[in-house]
Design a protein around this ligand. Structure first.
Ligand SMILES: NC(=O)C1=CN([C@@H]2O[C@H](COP(=O)(O)OP(=O)(O)OC[C@H]3O[C@@H](n4cnc5c(N)ncnc54)[C@H](OP(=O)(O)O)[C@@H]3O)[C@@H](O)[C@H]2O)C=CC1
Ligand SMILES: O=C1O[C@H](COP(=O)(O)O)[C@@H](O)[C@H](O)[C@H]1O
Length: 501
Protein backbone atom coordinates (compact mmCIF):
# COMPACT_ATOMS: atom_id res chain seq x y z
CA UNK A 1 0.00 0.00 0.00
CA UNK A 2 2.91 2.27 -0.62
CA UNK A 3 0.88 4.60 -2.84
CA UNK A 4 -0.75 6.29 0.16
CA UNK A 5 0.29 9.93 0.39
CA UNK A 6 -0.37 10.79 3.98
CA UNK A 7 -2.04 8.95 6.82
CA UNK A 8 -3.29 12.06 8.65
CA UNK A 9 -7.00 12.84 8.45
CA UNK A 10 -9.02 16.00 8.91
CA UNK A 11 -12.63 16.05 10.18
CA UNK A 12 -13.77 15.97 6.57
CA UNK A 13 -11.30 13.50 5.23
CA UNK A 14 -7.67 13.75 4.32
CA UNK A 15 -7.31 16.79 2.04
CA UNK A 16 -4.67 14.87 0.12
CA UNK A 17 -7.43 12.53 -1.00
CA UNK A 18 -9.64 15.25 -2.48
CA UNK A 19 -10.86 14.45 -5.98
CA UNK A 20 -13.31 15.64 -8.59
CA UNK A 21 -15.52 12.67 -9.47
CA UNK A 22 -17.03 12.58 -12.97
CA UNK A 23 -19.70 9.89 -12.84
CA UNK A 24 -20.78 8.65 -16.28
CA UNK A 25 -24.15 6.86 -16.13
CA UNK A 26 -25.18 8.81 -13.04
CA UNK A 27 -28.88 7.98 -13.42
CA UNK A 28 -28.38 4.27 -14.04
CA UNK A 29 -29.25 1.38 -11.76
CA UNK A 30 -25.79 0.95 -10.26
CA UNK A 31 -25.27 4.65 -9.61
CA UNK A 32 -28.60 5.21 -7.88
CA UNK A 33 -28.69 1.92 -6.02
CA UNK A 34 -25.07 1.60 -4.93
CA UNK A 35 -22.72 4.46 -5.83
CA UNK A 36 -24.56 7.48 -4.43
CA UNK A 37 -25.38 5.72 -1.14
CA UNK A 38 -21.71 4.70 -0.85
CA UNK A 39 -20.50 8.24 -1.57
CA UNK A 40 -22.99 9.63 0.93
CA UNK A 41 -21.72 7.25 3.62
CA UNK A 42 -18.13 8.29 2.96
CA UNK A 43 -19.14 11.92 3.38
CA UNK A 44 -21.15 11.22 6.53
CA UNK A 45 -18.28 9.23 8.03
CA UNK A 46 -15.98 12.21 7.53
CA UNK A 47 -13.95 10.50 4.82
CA UNK A 48 -14.75 12.82 1.93
CA UNK A 49 -12.53 15.89 1.85
CA UNK A 50 -14.33 19.21 1.87
CA UNK A 51 -13.30 20.24 -1.62
CA UNK A 52 -14.41 17.01 -3.35
CA UNK A 53 -17.02 17.63 -6.05
CA UNK A 54 -19.18 15.17 -7.97
CA UNK A 55 -20.39 15.70 -11.54
CA UNK A 56 -23.22 13.45 -12.70
CA UNK A 57 -23.33 12.78 -16.44
CA UNK A 58 -26.13 11.05 -18.32
CA UNK A 59 -28.34 11.39 -21.37
CA UNK A 60 -31.46 12.69 -19.64
CA UNK A 61 -32.32 16.35 -19.43
CA UNK A 62 -31.72 17.72 -15.93
CA UNK A 63 -30.16 20.68 -14.23
CA UNK A 64 -28.22 20.53 -10.98
CA UNK A 65 -31.40 21.08 -8.93
CA UNK A 66 -33.51 18.34 -10.50
CA UNK A 67 -30.53 15.97 -10.54
CA UNK A 68 -30.02 16.52 -6.81
CA UNK A 69 -33.70 15.77 -6.30
CA UNK A 70 -33.32 12.44 -8.15
CA UNK A 71 -30.30 11.50 -6.07
CA UNK A 72 -31.99 12.57 -2.85
CA UNK A 73 -35.01 10.39 -3.66
CA UNK A 74 -32.68 7.44 -4.37
CA UNK A 75 -30.89 8.02 -1.07
CA UNK A 76 -34.15 8.14 0.88
CA UNK A 77 -35.11 4.84 -0.71
CA UNK A 78 -31.81 3.12 0.01
CA UNK A 79 -30.61 4.48 3.35
CA UNK A 80 -31.89 3.38 6.73
CA UNK A 81 -33.81 6.04 8.65
CA UNK A 82 -31.05 6.48 11.23
CA UNK A 83 -28.47 6.99 8.47
CA UNK A 84 -30.25 10.01 7.04
CA UNK A 85 -29.30 13.18 8.82
CA UNK A 86 -30.12 16.57 7.43
CA UNK A 87 -26.67 18.08 7.82
CA UNK A 88 -24.89 15.24 6.02
CA UNK A 89 -27.54 15.07 3.28
CA UNK A 90 -27.35 18.80 2.65
CA UNK A 91 -23.57 18.78 2.54
CA UNK A 92 -23.49 15.76 0.24
CA UNK A 93 -26.12 17.03 -2.19
CA UNK A 94 -24.31 20.36 -2.29
CA UNK A 95 -21.32 18.63 -3.88
CA UNK A 96 -23.38 17.46 -6.88
CA UNK A 97 -23.66 19.00 -10.30
CA UNK A 98 -25.02 17.61 -13.56
CA UNK A 99 -24.39 17.78 -17.31
CA UNK A 100 -26.45 16.15 -20.02
CA UNK A 101 -24.15 14.39 -22.46
CA UNK A 102 -24.19 11.75 -25.18
CA UNK A 103 -21.12 9.73 -24.24
CA UNK A 104 -20.46 8.29 -27.68
CA UNK A 105 -20.28 11.66 -29.42
CA UNK A 106 -17.27 13.94 -29.00
CA UNK A 107 -19.64 16.93 -28.91
CA UNK A 108 -20.10 18.38 -25.46
CA UNK A 109 -17.08 16.83 -23.70
CA UNK A 110 -15.51 20.25 -23.40
CA UNK A 111 -17.97 20.80 -20.55
CA UNK A 112 -15.79 18.49 -18.45
CA UNK A 113 -12.68 20.43 -19.33
CA UNK A 114 -14.45 23.66 -18.36
CA UNK A 115 -15.62 22.13 -15.06
CA UNK A 116 -12.07 21.14 -14.25
CA UNK A 117 -10.43 24.47 -15.22
CA UNK A 118 -7.99 25.43 -12.49
CA UNK A 119 -9.06 22.63 -10.09
CA UNK A 120 -6.11 21.55 -7.97
CA UNK A 121 -7.47 18.06 -7.33
CA UNK A 122 -7.05 14.93 -9.49
CA UNK A 123 -10.13 13.86 -11.44
CA UNK A 124 -11.58 10.37 -11.07
CA UNK A 125 -13.73 9.24 -13.99
CA UNK A 126 -16.22 6.49 -13.08
CA UNK A 127 -17.62 4.64 -16.10
CA UNK A 128 -20.90 3.25 -14.75
CA UNK A 129 -22.06 2.24 -18.22
CA UNK A 130 -21.73 -0.87 -20.40
CA UNK A 131 -18.13 -1.79 -21.27
CA UNK A 132 -18.76 -1.46 -25.00
CA UNK A 133 -18.59 2.33 -24.71
CA UNK A 134 -15.61 2.60 -22.33
CA UNK A 135 -13.30 3.18 -25.32
CA UNK A 136 -15.48 5.97 -26.77
CA UNK A 137 -15.67 7.79 -23.47
CA UNK A 138 -11.92 7.54 -22.81
CA UNK A 139 -11.19 8.76 -26.32
CA UNK A 140 -13.64 11.68 -26.06
CA UNK A 141 -12.23 12.72 -22.71
CA UNK A 142 -8.74 12.78 -24.12
CA UNK A 143 -9.67 14.51 -27.36
CA UNK A 144 -11.48 17.25 -25.44
CA UNK A 145 -8.38 17.95 -23.35
CA UNK A 146 -10.21 17.05 -20.11
CA UNK A 147 -7.50 14.71 -18.82
CA UNK A 148 -4.17 15.24 -17.15
CA UNK A 149 -1.57 12.80 -15.98
CA UNK A 150 -3.20 12.37 -12.59
CA UNK A 151 -6.67 11.39 -13.84
CA UNK A 152 -7.83 7.94 -12.68
CA UNK A 153 -10.51 5.84 -14.33
CA UNK A 154 -12.83 3.32 -12.66
CA UNK A 155 -14.43 0.66 -14.85
CA UNK A 156 -17.10 -1.87 -14.01
CA UNK A 157 -17.38 -5.55 -14.78
CA UNK A 158 -17.90 -7.45 -16.98
CA UNK A 159 -15.02 -6.35 -19.19
CA UNK A 160 -16.03 -8.06 -22.41
CA UNK A 161 -17.64 -11.42 -22.95
CA UNK A 162 -14.50 -13.40 -23.79
CA UNK A 163 -10.75 -12.97 -24.03
CA UNK A 164 -10.78 -11.24 -27.41
CA UNK A 165 -13.47 -8.70 -26.54
CA UNK A 166 -11.87 -7.99 -23.16
CA UNK A 167 -8.53 -7.36 -24.86
CA UNK A 168 -10.20 -4.89 -27.23
CA UNK A 169 -11.81 -3.03 -24.34
CA UNK A 170 -8.60 -3.07 -22.29
CA UNK A 171 -6.66 -1.81 -25.31
CA UNK A 172 -9.12 1.06 -25.77
CA UNK A 173 -8.86 2.12 -22.13
CA UNK A 174 -5.10 1.52 -22.16
CA UNK A 175 -4.68 3.81 -25.18
CA UNK A 176 -5.67 6.69 -22.89
CA UNK A 177 -4.80 5.60 -19.33
CA UNK A 178 -1.73 3.78 -18.00
CA UNK A 179 -2.42 0.63 -15.96
CA UNK A 180 -1.37 2.44 -12.78
CA UNK A 181 -4.42 4.73 -13.13
CA UNK A 182 -7.02 2.11 -14.17
CA UNK A 183 -9.24 0.78 -11.36
CA UNK A 184 -11.20 -2.30 -12.50
CA UNK A 185 -13.95 -2.99 -10.02
CA UNK A 186 -14.88 -6.40 -8.75
CA UNK A 187 -17.14 -5.37 -5.92
CA UNK A 188 -16.53 -8.66 -4.08
CA UNK A 189 -13.01 -7.40 -3.34
CA UNK A 190 -14.58 -4.51 -1.41
CA UNK A 191 -16.53 -6.80 0.93
CA UNK A 192 -15.17 -6.65 4.45
CA UNK A 193 -14.80 -10.43 4.90
CA UNK A 194 -12.98 -10.76 1.62
CA UNK A 195 -10.36 -8.31 2.84
CA UNK A 196 -10.33 -10.20 6.10
CA UNK A 197 -9.23 -13.26 4.18
CA UNK A 198 -5.91 -11.53 3.61
CA UNK A 199 -5.62 -10.75 7.32
CA UNK A 200 -6.74 -14.23 8.34
CA UNK A 201 -4.33 -16.04 6.05
CA UNK A 202 -1.27 -13.88 6.39
CA UNK A 203 -1.48 -12.54 9.96
CA UNK A 204 -2.27 -15.86 11.69
CA UNK A 205 0.51 -18.44 11.76
CA UNK A 206 -2.10 -20.99 12.86
CA UNK A 207 -3.55 -20.91 9.35
CA UNK A 208 -0.40 -19.91 7.46
CA UNK A 209 1.28 -23.20 8.30
CA UNK A 210 -1.75 -25.35 7.47
CA UNK A 211 -2.73 -23.75 4.19
CA UNK A 212 -1.78 -26.45 1.70
CA UNK A 213 -2.56 -29.92 0.38
CA UNK A 214 -0.97 -31.60 3.41
CA UNK A 215 -3.67 -30.23 5.69
CA UNK A 216 -6.62 -29.19 3.53
CA UNK A 217 -8.71 -31.87 1.83
CA UNK A 218 -10.98 -29.63 -0.24
CA UNK A 219 -12.43 -26.14 -0.57
CA UNK A 220 -15.99 -25.06 -1.29
CA UNK A 221 -17.06 -21.68 -2.60
CA UNK A 222 -20.79 -20.99 -2.74
CA UNK A 223 -22.29 -17.75 -4.00
CA UNK A 224 -26.03 -18.29 -3.95
CA UNK A 225 -28.47 -15.54 -4.89
CA UNK A 226 -32.12 -15.50 -3.95
CA UNK A 227 -33.02 -13.00 -6.66
CA UNK A 228 -33.78 -13.90 -10.25
CA UNK A 229 -32.99 -11.66 -13.21
CA UNK A 230 -34.43 -8.43 -11.78
CA UNK A 231 -35.34 -6.80 -15.08
CA UNK A 232 -31.87 -7.45 -16.58
CA UNK A 233 -32.87 -10.32 -18.89
CA UNK A 234 -31.32 -8.75 -22.01
CA UNK A 235 -27.93 -8.31 -20.38
CA UNK A 236 -28.02 -11.57 -18.46
CA UNK A 237 -29.10 -13.80 -21.32
CA UNK A 238 -26.02 -12.78 -23.32
CA UNK A 239 -23.81 -13.41 -20.31
CA UNK A 240 -25.08 -16.32 -18.19
CA UNK A 241 -23.92 -17.16 -14.70
CA UNK A 242 -20.42 -18.24 -15.76
CA UNK A 243 -19.58 -14.88 -17.31
CA UNK A 244 -21.65 -12.84 -14.84
CA UNK A 245 -20.35 -14.38 -11.60
CA UNK A 246 -17.65 -17.03 -12.06
CA UNK A 247 -15.29 -15.16 -14.39
CA UNK A 248 -14.98 -12.39 -11.84
CA UNK A 249 -16.34 -12.81 -8.30
CA UNK A 250 -15.83 -16.55 -7.77
CA UNK A 251 -12.41 -16.62 -9.40
CA UNK A 252 -11.31 -13.64 -7.32
CA UNK A 253 -12.39 -15.48 -4.15
CA UNK A 254 -10.58 -18.59 -5.33
CA UNK A 255 -7.42 -16.55 -5.98
CA UNK A 256 -7.46 -15.04 -2.49
CA UNK A 257 -7.82 -18.51 -0.97
CA UNK A 258 -5.22 -20.18 -3.16
CA UNK A 259 -2.55 -17.53 -3.71
CA UNK A 260 0.91 -17.72 -2.14
CA UNK A 261 1.78 -15.04 0.42
CA UNK A 262 2.65 -11.77 -1.30
CA UNK A 263 5.95 -10.24 -0.22
CA UNK A 264 4.09 -7.12 0.98
CA UNK A 265 0.65 -5.53 0.65
CA UNK A 266 1.43 -3.51 -2.46
CA UNK A 267 -1.13 -3.84 -5.24
CA UNK A 268 1.21 -5.55 -7.65
CA UNK A 269 2.64 -7.94 -5.07
CA UNK A 270 -0.91 -9.20 -4.40
CA UNK A 271 -1.96 -9.20 -8.02
CA UNK A 272 1.17 -11.07 -9.15
CA UNK A 273 0.24 -13.89 -6.79
CA UNK A 274 -3.38 -13.94 -7.96
CA UNK A 275 -2.28 -14.19 -11.58
CA UNK A 276 -0.14 -17.24 -10.75
CA UNK A 277 -3.26 -18.97 -9.42
CA UNK A 278 -5.28 -18.13 -12.53
CA UNK A 279 -2.49 -19.50 -14.71
CA UNK A 280 -2.43 -22.71 -12.67
CA UNK A 281 -6.18 -23.39 -12.89
CA UNK A 282 -6.74 -26.78 -14.45
CA UNK A 283 -8.58 -26.61 -17.77
CA UNK A 284 -11.55 -28.90 -18.37
CA UNK A 285 -10.47 -31.46 -20.92
CA UNK A 286 -12.06 -34.66 -22.20
CA UNK A 287 -14.58 -36.24 -19.85
CA UNK A 288 -13.97 -33.65 -17.11
CA UNK A 289 -16.43 -31.26 -18.71
CA UNK A 290 -19.32 -33.72 -18.43
CA UNK A 291 -18.23 -35.05 -15.05
CA UNK A 292 -17.02 -31.96 -13.20
CA UNK A 293 -19.26 -29.15 -14.46
CA UNK A 294 -23.02 -28.75 -14.11
CA UNK A 295 -25.03 -26.03 -15.88
CA UNK A 296 -28.53 -25.24 -14.71
CA UNK A 297 -31.49 -23.00 -15.51
CA UNK A 298 -34.32 -22.30 -13.09
CA UNK A 299 -37.91 -23.18 -13.81
CA UNK A 300 -40.93 -21.87 -11.91
CA UNK A 301 -40.83 -22.47 -8.17
CA UNK A 302 -41.12 -20.50 -4.96
CA UNK A 303 -39.20 -17.81 -3.15
CA UNK A 304 -40.10 -17.19 0.50
CA UNK A 305 -43.19 -19.30 -0.05
CA UNK A 306 -44.41 -17.19 -2.99
CA UNK A 307 -44.65 -18.56 -6.54
CA UNK A 308 -42.06 -17.10 -8.95
CA UNK A 309 -41.73 -17.61 -12.71
CA UNK A 310 -39.06 -19.66 -14.41
CA UNK A 311 -36.19 -18.02 -16.31
CA UNK A 312 -37.94 -18.53 -19.63
CA UNK A 313 -41.11 -16.86 -18.32
CA UNK A 314 -39.42 -13.71 -17.04
CA UNK A 315 -40.22 -10.36 -18.72
CA UNK A 316 -38.52 -9.96 -22.13
CA UNK A 317 -37.48 -13.64 -22.17
CA UNK A 318 -36.63 -15.56 -25.30
CA UNK A 319 -38.39 -18.84 -24.57
CA UNK A 320 -35.72 -20.88 -26.39
CA UNK A 321 -32.81 -19.60 -24.31
CA UNK A 322 -30.22 -22.15 -23.18
CA UNK A 323 -28.39 -19.66 -20.96
CA UNK A 324 -27.31 -21.00 -17.57
CA UNK A 325 -28.49 -19.36 -14.36
CA UNK A 326 -26.53 -21.84 -12.25
CA UNK A 327 -23.06 -23.37 -12.47
CA UNK A 328 -21.33 -25.88 -10.22
CA UNK A 329 -17.87 -27.18 -10.91
CA UNK A 330 -14.94 -29.01 -9.48
CA UNK A 331 -11.59 -27.57 -10.40
CA UNK A 332 -8.02 -27.70 -9.17
CA UNK A 333 -5.04 -25.38 -8.86
CA UNK A 334 -2.20 -27.31 -10.40
CA UNK A 335 0.75 -26.34 -8.25
CA UNK A 336 2.77 -27.67 -5.30
CA UNK A 337 0.56 -26.07 -2.68
CA UNK A 338 -2.74 -27.38 -4.01
CA UNK A 339 -2.09 -30.51 -6.11
CA UNK A 340 -4.92 -33.00 -5.48
CA UNK A 341 -7.16 -30.56 -3.57
CA UNK A 342 -10.51 -30.10 -5.32
CA UNK A 343 -12.06 -26.63 -5.33
CA UNK A 344 -15.83 -27.00 -5.61
CA UNK A 345 -17.55 -23.85 -6.87
CA UNK A 346 -21.26 -23.19 -7.21
CA UNK A 347 -23.31 -20.13 -7.92
CA UNK A 348 -26.86 -19.62 -9.03
CA UNK A 349 -29.86 -17.35 -9.18
CA UNK A 350 -33.17 -18.14 -7.45
CA UNK A 351 -31.60 -20.27 -4.73
CA UNK A 352 -33.39 -20.62 -1.38
CA UNK A 353 -31.20 -18.00 0.30
CA UNK A 354 -28.71 -15.25 -0.39
CA UNK A 355 -25.56 -16.88 0.85
CA UNK A 356 -21.91 -16.38 -0.02
CA UNK A 357 -19.43 -18.49 1.86
CA UNK A 358 -16.14 -20.26 1.57
CA UNK A 359 -15.57 -23.49 3.48
CA UNK A 360 -12.06 -24.81 3.97
CA UNK A 361 -12.22 -28.49 4.91
CA UNK A 362 -9.16 -29.68 6.81
CA UNK A 363 -7.97 -33.25 6.68
CA UNK A 364 -8.72 -35.80 9.40
CA UNK A 365 -6.03 -36.61 12.01
CA UNK A 366 -3.64 -39.22 10.65
CA UNK A 367 -4.28 -41.57 13.61
CA UNK A 368 -7.72 -41.91 15.18
CA UNK A 369 -8.15 -42.86 18.87
CA UNK A 370 -11.80 -42.10 19.63
CA UNK A 371 -15.04 -44.07 19.43
CA UNK A 372 -14.95 -46.19 16.24
CA UNK A 373 -18.62 -45.28 15.63
CA UNK A 374 -17.57 -41.69 15.21
CA UNK A 375 -14.70 -42.31 12.82
CA UNK A 376 -16.44 -40.44 10.01
CA UNK A 377 -17.13 -37.38 12.15
CA UNK A 378 -16.46 -34.15 10.36
CA UNK A 379 -12.92 -32.80 10.61
CA UNK A 380 -12.09 -29.14 11.23
CA UNK A 381 -13.68 -26.64 8.90
CA UNK A 382 -13.07 -22.96 8.51
CA UNK A 383 -16.26 -21.24 7.37
CA UNK A 384 -15.80 -17.77 5.96
CA UNK A 385 -19.18 -16.10 5.54
CA UNK A 386 -19.41 -13.08 3.25
CA UNK A 387 -23.16 -12.57 3.30
CA UNK A 388 -25.86 -12.20 4.49
CA UNK A 389 -24.06 -11.62 7.80
CA UNK A 390 -20.27 -11.49 7.74
CA UNK A 391 -18.19 -13.66 9.98
CA UNK A 392 -15.68 -16.44 10.37
CA UNK A 393 -16.27 -19.71 12.21
CA UNK A 394 -13.83 -22.48 12.91
CA UNK A 395 -15.52 -25.79 13.50
CA UNK A 396 -13.58 -27.78 16.10
CA UNK A 397 -14.20 -31.12 17.78
CA UNK A 398 -14.68 -31.09 21.53
CA UNK A 399 -15.86 -33.61 24.08
CA UNK A 400 -19.60 -33.94 24.30
CA UNK A 401 -20.53 -32.85 27.83
CA UNK A 402 -22.28 -35.04 30.39
CA UNK A 403 -21.47 -37.88 32.72
CA UNK A 404 -23.10 -40.61 30.65
CA UNK A 405 -21.48 -40.02 27.34
CA UNK A 406 -17.86 -41.08 27.80
CA UNK A 407 -15.36 -39.66 25.35
CA UNK A 408 -17.85 -38.74 22.64
CA UNK A 409 -16.86 -36.03 20.21
CA UNK A 410 -19.02 -33.11 19.25
CA UNK A 411 -18.37 -30.60 16.47
CA UNK A 412 -18.99 -27.01 17.50
CA UNK A 413 -18.03 -23.56 16.29
CA UNK A 414 -15.41 -21.12 17.50
CA UNK A 415 -17.35 -18.23 16.09
CA UNK A 416 -16.43 -14.67 15.18
CA UNK A 417 -19.53 -12.76 14.14
CA UNK A 418 -18.37 -9.27 13.16
CA UNK A 419 -21.67 -7.63 14.06
CA UNK A 420 -21.75 -8.97 17.61
CA UNK A 421 -17.98 -9.01 18.24
CA UNK A 422 -17.53 -5.41 17.09
CA UNK A 423 -21.03 -3.98 17.58
CA UNK A 424 -20.03 -0.34 17.26
CA UNK A 425 -18.52 -0.65 13.83
CA UNK A 426 -20.95 -0.45 10.90
CA UNK A 427 -19.93 -2.88 8.17
CA UNK A 428 -19.48 -0.67 5.12
CA UNK A 429 -20.83 -1.62 1.73
CA UNK A 430 -18.20 -2.88 -0.72
CA UNK A 431 -18.50 0.24 -2.88
CA UNK A 432 -17.64 2.52 0.05
CA UNK A 433 -14.33 0.75 0.59
CA UNK A 434 -13.56 0.70 -3.12
CA UNK A 435 -14.36 4.38 -3.68
CA UNK A 436 -12.26 5.30 -0.67
CA UNK A 437 -9.30 3.36 -2.04
CA UNK A 438 -9.61 5.15 -5.39
CA UNK A 439 -9.65 8.49 -3.57
CA UNK A 440 -6.41 7.43 -1.86
CA UNK A 441 -4.93 6.23 -5.14
CA UNK A 442 -4.52 2.65 -3.88
CA UNK A 443 -5.04 -0.20 -6.32
CA UNK A 444 -4.71 -3.36 -4.22
CA UNK A 445 -8.47 -4.05 -4.22
CA UNK A 446 -8.76 -3.63 -7.98
CA UNK A 447 -8.21 -6.11 -10.76
CA UNK A 448 -5.23 -5.81 -13.07
CA UNK A 449 -5.56 -6.36 -16.82
CA UNK A 450 -3.75 -9.70 -16.85
CA UNK A 451 -6.03 -11.06 -14.11
CA UNK A 452 -9.10 -10.26 -16.20
CA UNK A 453 -7.57 -11.82 -19.26
CA UNK A 454 -6.33 -15.03 -17.62
CA UNK A 455 -9.76 -15.45 -16.05
CA UNK A 456 -11.36 -15.10 -19.49
CA UNK A 457 -8.88 -17.54 -21.01
CA UNK A 458 -9.99 -20.20 -18.52
CA UNK A 459 -13.70 -19.43 -18.93
CA UNK A 460 -13.40 -19.39 -22.72
CA UNK A 461 -12.16 -22.99 -22.86
CA UNK A 462 -15.08 -24.01 -20.68
CA UNK A 463 -17.64 -22.18 -22.82
CA UNK A 464 -16.09 -23.61 -25.97
CA UNK A 465 -16.34 -27.09 -24.47
CA UNK A 466 -20.04 -26.52 -23.71
CA UNK A 467 -20.63 -25.36 -27.26
CA UNK A 468 -18.78 -28.31 -28.78
CA UNK A 469 -20.61 -30.83 -26.65
CA UNK A 470 -24.02 -29.14 -26.94
CA UNK A 471 -24.63 -29.01 -23.19
CA UNK A 472 -28.17 -27.78 -22.50
CA UNK A 473 -28.74 -26.55 -18.94
CA UNK A 474 -30.37 -28.89 -16.46
CA UNK A 475 -33.58 -27.54 -14.95
CA UNK A 476 -33.98 -26.76 -11.28
CA UNK A 477 -37.01 -25.29 -9.50
CA UNK A 478 -36.63 -21.73 -8.25
CA UNK A 479 -36.07 -21.93 -4.52
CA UNK A 480 -33.91 -25.07 -4.68
CA UNK A 481 -30.14 -25.49 -4.42
CA UNK A 482 -29.73 -26.20 -8.12
CA UNK A 483 -29.89 -29.30 -10.33
CA UNK A 484 -29.63 -32.67 -8.59
CA UNK A 485 -26.54 -33.31 -10.71
CA UNK A 486 -24.66 -30.60 -8.77
CA UNK A 487 -25.19 -32.63 -5.60
CA UNK A 488 -24.18 -35.84 -7.35
CA UNK A 489 -21.02 -34.12 -8.61
CA UNK A 490 -19.71 -33.70 -5.06
CA UNK A 491 -21.21 -36.85 -3.49
CA UNK A 492 -19.43 -39.01 -6.04
CA UNK A 493 -16.25 -37.87 -4.24
CA UNK A 494 -17.71 -38.95 -0.88
CA UNK A 495 -18.38 -35.30 0.14
CA UNK A 496 -21.33 -32.97 0.38
CA UNK A 497 -21.97 -29.24 0.11
CA UNK A 498 -21.73 -27.71 3.59
CA UNK A 499 -25.32 -27.03 4.57
CA UNK A 500 -25.28 -25.77 8.12
CA UNK A 501 -26.77 -22.44 7.05
N1 LIG B 1 -26.55 -2.71 -11.91
C1 LIG B 1 -25.79 -3.56 -11.24
O1 LIG B 1 -26.20 -4.12 -10.21
C2 LIG B 1 -24.42 -3.85 -11.70
C3 LIG B 1 -23.87 -3.20 -12.76
N2 LIG B 1 -22.58 -3.46 -13.15
C4 LIG B 1 -22.00 -2.76 -14.27
O2 LIG B 1 -22.13 -1.35 -14.06
C5 LIG B 1 -22.29 -0.68 -15.29
C6 LIG B 1 -23.58 0.14 -15.23
O3 LIG B 1 -24.66 -0.76 -15.07
P1 LIG B 1 -26.15 -0.25 -14.80
O4 LIG B 1 -26.15 0.93 -13.91
O5 LIG B 1 -26.90 -1.44 -14.41
O6 LIG B 1 -26.59 0.20 -16.26
P2 LIG B 1 -27.80 1.19 -16.61
O7 LIG B 1 -28.14 0.90 -18.04
O8 LIG B 1 -28.87 1.13 -15.60
O9 LIG B 1 -27.15 2.63 -16.50
C7 LIG B 1 -26.32 3.17 -17.48
C8 LIG B 1 -26.51 4.67 -17.50
O10 LIG B 1 -25.69 5.22 -18.52
C9 LIG B 1 -26.48 6.00 -19.42
N3 LIG B 1 -25.95 5.85 -20.77
C10 LIG B 1 -25.72 4.72 -21.45
N4 LIG B 1 -25.22 5.01 -22.67
C11 LIG B 1 -25.15 6.36 -22.74
C12 LIG B 1 -24.72 7.26 -23.75
N5 LIG B 1 -24.24 6.85 -24.94
N6 LIG B 1 -24.79 8.58 -23.48
C13 LIG B 1 -25.26 9.03 -22.30
N7 LIG B 1 -25.69 8.21 -21.31
C14 LIG B 1 -25.63 6.90 -21.54
C15 LIG B 1 -27.86 5.41 -19.31
O11 LIG B 1 -28.78 6.34 -19.76
P3 LIG B 1 -30.15 5.86 -20.44
O12 LIG B 1 -30.94 5.28 -19.31
O13 LIG B 1 -30.70 7.09 -21.00
O14 LIG B 1 -29.78 4.84 -21.48
C16 LIG B 1 -27.92 5.13 -17.81
O15 LIG B 1 -28.16 6.30 -17.08
C17 LIG B 1 -22.27 -1.77 -16.36
O16 LIG B 1 -20.95 -1.93 -16.84
C18 LIG B 1 -22.68 -3.02 -15.59
O17 LIG B 1 -22.20 -4.20 -16.21
C19 LIG B 1 -21.80 -4.34 -12.45
C20 LIG B 1 -22.29 -5.03 -11.38
C21 LIG B 1 -23.64 -4.87 -10.93
O1 LIG C 1 -21.92 -8.49 -10.31
C1 LIG C 1 -22.99 -8.99 -10.02
O2 LIG C 1 -23.22 -9.24 -8.72
C2 LIG C 1 -24.56 -9.40 -8.25
C3 LIG C 1 -24.43 -10.07 -6.89
O3 LIG C 1 -23.74 -9.20 -6.01
P1 LIG C 1 -23.98 -9.30 -4.42
O4 LIG C 1 -23.03 -8.32 -3.84
O5 LIG C 1 -25.43 -8.97 -4.19
O6 LIG C 1 -23.68 -10.71 -4.04
C4 LIG C 1 -25.38 -10.24 -9.21
O7 LIG C 1 -26.74 -10.27 -8.77
C5 LIG C 1 -25.31 -9.65 -10.59
O8 LIG C 1 -26.02 -10.48 -11.50
C6 LIG C 1 -23.88 -9.54 -11.05
O9 LIG C 1 -23.82 -8.81 -12.25
Amino acid sequence: MSQSRDASTSPLGNPNHAIDLALFGALGDLALRKLFPALYHLDREGLMPESTRIMGLARQEHDATTFRQEVEAALHKRLKADEQDKVSLKRFLGRLDYRQLNFTSAKGFETIKAWREGAPRPMVVYLSVGAKIYGDICHNLQASGSLDDETRVIVEKPIGSDLVSSQQINDAIGAVFPESRIYRIDHYLGKETVQNLIALRFANPLFGTQWNQNHISHVEITVAEKVGIEGRWGYFDDAGQLRDMVQNHLLQLLCLIAMDPPSNLDADAIRDEKVKVLKALKPFTGDALGRDVVRGQYIAGTTDGQPVPGYLEEDDANTQSQTETFVAMKTEVSNWRWAGVPFYLRTGKRMPEKLSQIVIHFRQQPHYIFDPDQRGIAANKLIIRLQPEEGIALQVLTKDSGLHKGMRLRPGPLHLDFNSAFPKSRIPDAYERLLLEVMKGQQYLFVRRDEVEYAWRWCDQLIEGWQNRDTPPRRYPAGSWGPVASIAMITQDGRSWYEDY
